[in-house]
Design a protein around this ligand. Structure first.
Ligand SMILES: [Zn+2]
Length: 259
């Protein structure tokens, strides 16, 4: 047995001996020495591969973030920065759990529908979910149907790709869009596409549950039906944030006026 060469770094052999057929009809073999990768070079390759994957993942998260419509106010929102009220406590708890259990919920394509009156903080909580998941390097797109529609009208065949590829699609303010046949068809397409590929949607809407459940317009009802299959409905109630801050302003004024 010949001495096999070793890697000076890890001491692992960098060649091995094989029985090589002579192909002369005798069935005999000869010993041959062939090169092989040592343990440290395989480990190094694996590390490089993981670094590359992490790099690509970060890049994709940032790319989708840049396509998102998270307004300046909600850019840095986290669960920590969400002010808890009686009306949003349950939604906030569910949102926190949703992020914690995202891997499980993602696997089955389950999302949440936050509904309630204007100004109850639905978009804020949805943005917090998006931000928390992006911080964990999940790919998220937060957008609205008017924006999706704008992209669909680009006549670029890949224009809706961003909405289908993200691990989570957050659609803000459903029900505020134009209700043309084309718009509703695009909306259904995006939702149905994610339904079929078991990718979750988080939704916010001012529409009432009753309105969505009893909707007689088939163009809408098939959209709502899909959403009810995919999204767990959570209501936000109570005095709206805007009203609350208005009341607070009034408190200040009362104090100033010595009331
Ligand atoms: Zn080595």
């Amino acid at each position: 047995m010949p001495e096999l060469k070793k890697c000076p770094l890890c001491g692992d052999t960098v060649e091995f001996e094989i029985d090589f057929p002579t192909f002369d009809g005798t069935g005999k073999t000869v010993k041959r020495i062939v090169p092989k990768r040592c343990a440290c070079s395989l480990k190094k390759e694996e590390e490089l591969k993981q670094q590359m994957e992490l790099y690509n993942r970060k890049r994709e998260v940032e790319r989708l973030r840049s396509l998102s419509l998270i307004d300046a106010k909600a850019q840095n929102v986290t669960f920590e920065s969400c002010e808890q009220t009686d009306g949003n406590a349950r939604a906030l708890k569910i949102a926190t759990r949703y992020v914690a259990k995202f891997d499980d919920l993602k696997a089955t394509g389950q999302g949440v529908m936050f509904y309630g009156d204007v100004g109850t903080g639905k978009s804020y909580i949805a943005a917090a979910i998006a931000n928390e998941l992006m911080a964990e390097l999940h790919t998220v797109v937060m957008t609205s149907f008017p924006n999706i529609l704008e992209r669909a009208l680009d006549f670029d065949s890949n224009s809706l790709d961003f909405a289908s590829r993200a691990e989570l699609l957050v659609i803000d303010d459903l029900g505020a869009e134009r209700s043309t046949d084309f718009a509703l068809e695009q909306m259904y397409k995006v939702i149905d596409d994610r339904y079929r590929s078991k990718r979750p949607i988080i939704l916010t809407t001012n529409l009432s549950l009753d309105h969505m459940k009893k909707c007689a317009d088939i163009r809408y009802s098939r959209i709502f039906d899909r959403l009810f299959e995919m999204c767990y409905p959570v209501e936000l109630t109570g005095l709206s944030w805007r009203k609350r801050s208005a009341v607070r302003q009034f408190d200040e004024m009362k104090k100033l006026l010595g009331e």
